[in-house]
Each structure stands twice: as C-alpha cells, then as structure tokens.
Design a protein around this ligand. Structure first.
Ligand SMILES: [Zn+2]
Length: 273
C-alpha cells in the first residue's frame, strides 16, 4: 500500500500523499521527497541513529550546529475511555508555541491520536513548519519488556504501522514522512524484519528530554541543554496530561540553543546531512 517496489538504495520513498508522484507535480507543488535510508540485509527496516560524539556527527568536516526537536503524540489504542474522561493526550499550547518560536519540528504521531484529534492532526500536517511521522497505530511495543506496554504480534507489526498511515490519510494529514519511531524506542532484529513491508526508516534519538511525567521544567531543559551536540535528535512529548511541563521546557531550550548558534531542523533535514 505504500506504492511500488522501490526498495533500492537511496531511492526516494514512495509518495504517501494522495497525489500521483509525478516529477513535475513535486517540483511545483508539494515539498520535495524526504530522504530515507536504504533497507538493511534481507530488507530489514533501516534505523537512523544519532551517535554524536565529541566531534559531532559522522560525515567529515565541522559538524553543523543543527538540532532536531521531535515530539511524540502518544495515545495507546485502549486509552479512548481515558480521553473521554478528560485526560489530554494532545497539547495545543505546545504546538502554538512552536509556531510562535518558529521551530521546525517533527511530530511522531500515533494513528490512534490522529483519530482522537483529527482537526489538530490535519492542522499540524498543513503547516510547513512541521512534518508528521509514524509512531505506530496502537502505541503497543514491538518487543517484549518495553515499559510495560502491551506487545504487538510479529505478524501484525507492519499492519499496525500501515494502519497509522491510513488514519493520517483519513484525517487529511499532509507532510507525512516515511519515518517510524518504535513505541518506547524498543526494537530488535525480528521487529526490523517484520516491518520491512512498511517501507519506513526507523528513527531513534540521542537526547532523552525526560519530559514524560516530569514536574520540573527547569530540569527537563537542563537535561536537553546538557545533552545536545551538533546533529542531535531530541525526544519530547506532545501530550499535556503525560508531559505537562514540555512547553515551559521548550520556552527555555529554544532561545538558549539559538544563542549557542544552533539551528532547528526537521528529521528529514537531519537525515539529508
Ligand atoms: Zn511514544
């Protein structure tokens, strides 16, 4: 369902939009195709991992001072009743703040979240400041023993990811990139093999913000500011009930990193570099 069998090295991912992927159309209309990584042995899902060491990321030369803030829009498949009872799995103030501060960022959205908040999902996707990546449909784990999450069966893994893309389409979400974040960041070789049909590039991170269930915005900001190196990829959350101080932390992080000479980029730009 993700298009033809374009599995070759460095082939642009098949278009996830509804429009035909003609060169003319992509040149004049939509944004250019996001870069992806070539599959691993036997088609295994490739994993984009940041390994920023003292000298910055690999690639030679002076590492550019770029950093990608990513926000996970988590919602587990069985959390509908909790949303009905008033729990907020969204964070509109945070998205508004990112817009005000003009911070390009990548939102890793679950399909369940897009179903719960279709207008917000569409609004995020309609804004060129953001790109929407896949964080599974159910936010269930892709390995055993992953933060107590229920586990997706091996033969349902690719379907779970594709179901999230379907939910994005149903909500009219644009700017969808073929990147996938494993719930909890938990994966193993079997999961990478099982996900091959989904044609995604898995995206990990090197800086944990610690914003989940945090109550001290200053501590979250400090942890991020301590951890960021040129080329870093930071994981945060876009869920106000479970990550209530993220906005306040971002308010502190963004001006400080800009002061240090950093430029904020989306994951797609980081992957290009
Ligand atoms: Zn998550």
């Amino acid at each position: 369902m993700l298009g033809g069998a374009l599995a070759g090295c460095a082939t642009p991912a098949p278009s996830l939009s509804a429009t035909a992927p003609s060169a003319a159309a992509s040149a004049s209309a939509g944004p250019k195709k996001p870069p992806t990584m070539a599959p691993g042995p036997a088609g295994r899902t490739p994993v984009f991992e940041r390994r920023t060491t003292g000298g910055g990321t690999a690639g030679g030369g002076a590492a550019e001072k770029v950093v990608a803030l990513t926000f996970d829009a988590d919602m587990t498949a069985d959390q509908g009743p909790r949303a009905k009872a008033g729990e907020r799995f969204d964070n509109q103030e945070l998205i508004a703040l990112l817009r005000r501060l003009k911070v390009p960022s990548t939102v890793f959205m679950t399909g369940r979240w897009a179903e719960e908040y279709p207008a917000q999902a569409k609004g995020i996707g309609a804004d060129g400041l953001f790109e929407v990546a896949n964080h599974s449909y159910s936010h269930y784990a892709f390995t055993a023993d992953c933060y107590g999450l229920p586990v997706v069966a091996k033969d349902s893994m690719a379907r779970d990811v594709e179901r999230a893309f379907s939910a994005f389409r149903a909500a009219g979400v644009r700017n969808v990139v073929p990147y996938f974040r494993f719930p909890g960041g938990c994966y193993d070789d079997a999961a990478l093999r099982a996900l091959a049909p989904a044609n995604v590039t898995a995206v990990q991170w090197d800086v944990v913000s610690g914003d989940a269930f945090a109550t001290d915005a200053g501590a979250v900001a400090e942890q991020v500011l301590d951890g960021v190196r040129p080329g870093s990829l930071v994981v945060m959350h876009c869920t106000s009930s479970a990550a209530p101080v993220t906005g306040e932390a971002v308010r502190r992080i963004v001006p400080e990193l800009r002061e240090r000479g950093y430029r904020f980029v989306k994951v797609s730009e980081l992957m290009e570099g």
